[in-house]
Design a binder for this molecule. Sequence first.
Ligand code: TYD
Length: 167
Amino acid sequence: MPSGQTLRGPDRFFPPTVVRGLQELDQKDEWGGAVRLVDLPRIHDPRGDLTFIEGGRHIPFEIARVYYLYNVPVDAERGGHAHQELQQVIFALSGSFRIVVDDGRERKEYWLRDPRRGLYVSQMIWREMDSFSQGAVGMVLASHRYDEADYYRNYTEFLEVAKSQSA
Ligand code: TYD
């Protein structure tokens, strides 16, 4: 093949492998589904992996906002809040980090490191994020636009509300 010419036609065709394993959106865990892992599809071929997110299919809310965390110092602690209404799904697009979640009764930790596996976090869950690897990139899909009034940034206040709601 002459140099500079790209390969086209059947020689260029790599049959993709669709890796299934989507979890049902209503999958429940011991926290009533308030925090759970969400698996996205992966299209795998020799050129690399491709993952996609379709509204209304893969994420259990309508996506109103996307934001990402990057240039995070490895010793940074992020989060440290809960939300009255906001739901999120958090992904490590690159690298890894830890998320500690707390529903006011118990704490759990998740390590995110797979770009196709996100963590759904419902409203009224306190979250803390740390142990970012060098160059980690976190992407967050959110159910609402940014609203500071939706935040609980004081843990004691969050606990009081969480306990009153579960009473
Ligand atoms: P914050 O939600 O506290 O970040 P994290 O949970 O990752 O530690 O937000 C940090 C700052 O950025 C805060 O001043 C609010 C602002 N912010 C926006 O203006 N828009 C946004 O969508 C988000 C997520 C934060």
